[in-house]
Ligand binder design. Structure first.
Ligand code: KG4
Ligand code: ZN
Length: 334
């Protein structure tokens, strides 16, 4: 079975081909960062139009890389939500039309499920149940992954998603959009910070998160500072240290509460090296297996969509209808 995966939920057009026998045989991406950076954030209408512009050429490119033709594809998997409604509609309509033309199925994939299953693309050993920390630009959740398609949300953010908090904190200190990865790099290069930021919501029981206060704390500290590169680095480090401590505390709590011995970290912020290192240290002590997708599979991509569609198809999921159903909001919880 060969699956063509299409991701278009936000500001990345991702197309990939997953081969049941060979694994991932093509994975191409067009990032819209340059387009949106002119506006300091994602402009939904521009995102939709840009997906339209790039989908056909990305499919052609992925077929070329995999050295196959469209007639060799058995299934199309597309992101049906959550995400920007227009952007999702572009990918879904494209997937459904192409599937109709090829007389194959097009399966809807949940973007968050695709994220947390991504590590299995490289490890090929993703056994359920496991605990998942999903930290992306739009979501921050601790999930109990019971089995394919069955998830329980143990903790969620009450305000900003973590990637969003990284990006907003970067922006307020003059780091250009999307800013999160650059803020992290600046923090990593800083060895000492005089600032200690709060660890939000760790002083009470529960697994929910809140990051908007941390961002405000960064703003207040920045405004009171001399606003030099050194100040920026120290604030970036204080922010990142607080985020990492908070995540480590909540993940440890979730492990204690569930007794699970496997933690998967996924989503764009999962590419954060300091987070990976700290979690690795703590989870090793706890005897918990930790999995991260490689950086290029942490952020949005077509590979995770193709793979998630493949897993569901293997379990018998089918959809030969022409209905284009997408959802801007779509909880992963069963
Ligand atoms: O998963 P993703 O590609 O998109 C969503 O589905 O939301 O995540 C993108 C987010 C952005 O906010 C970006 O700034 C953040 O992930 N990000 C990082 C790092 N790399 C990307 N945040 C912190 N540290 C990083 N190294
Ligand atoms: Zn994502």
């Amino acid at each position: 079975m060969r699956i063509l995966g299409i991701e278009s939920s936000c500001d990345e057009t991702g197309v990939a081909i997953y081969d049941e026998t060979l694994g991932l045989v093509a994975n191409v991406l067009h990032s819209q960062i340059a387009l949106h950076s002119l506006h300091g954030g994602v402009v939904p209408e521009l995102a939709s139009r840009d997906h339209i512009k790039h989908l056909v050429s990305l499919v052609e490119e992925s077929l070329k890389i995999a050295q196959i033709s469209l007639s060799d594809i058995d299934l199309i998997a597309y992101t049906a939500g959550p995400g920007l409604i227009g952007a999702l509609l572009v990918g879904a309509s494209f997937a459904k039309s192409l599937a109709f033309a090829c007389q194959i199925d097009a399966l809807a994939v949940h973007h968050l499920e695709a994220h947390i299953l991504a590590p299995a693309l490289v490890s090929t050993d993703l056994k359920f149940p496991f605990l998942a920390l999903l930290v992306s630009g739009g979501h921050t959740q601790l999930l109990l992954a019971k089995e394919l398609g069955h998830y329980v949300c143990l903790g969620d953010t009450l305000d900003d998603a973590l990637g969003e908090a990284f990006d907003k904190t970067a922006k307020l200190m003059g780091i250009p959009y999307p800013g999160g990865a650059e803020l992290a790099a600046i923090a990593d290069a800083c060895t000492f910070t005089p600032y200690k930021f709060p660890r939000p919501m760790t002083d009470r029981p529960g697994l929910d998160f809140s990051f908007s206060g941390l961002k405000t704390h960064a703003l207040t500290t920045w405004n009171k500072s001399a606003k030099t590169a050194q100040c920026r680095a120290e604030i970036a480090k204080a922010f990142q240290d607080a985020v990492i401590d908070t995540l480590v505390i909540k993940c440890t709590r979730a492990i204690e509460a569930t007794g699970l011995k496997r933690l998967v970290v996924a989503g764009g912020v999962g590419a954060n090296l300091a987070l990976q290192n700290r979690l690795q240290e703590v989870m090793t002590k706890l005897g918990v297996g930790l999995e991260f997708p490689p950086p290029h599979l942490c952020s949005d991509n077509g590979a995770m969509v193709a793979y998630c569609g493949y897993l569901h198809a293997k379990q018998g999921k089918k959809d030969s209808t022409l209905a284009v159903n997408v959802a801007a909001r779509w909880p992963l919880e069963e």
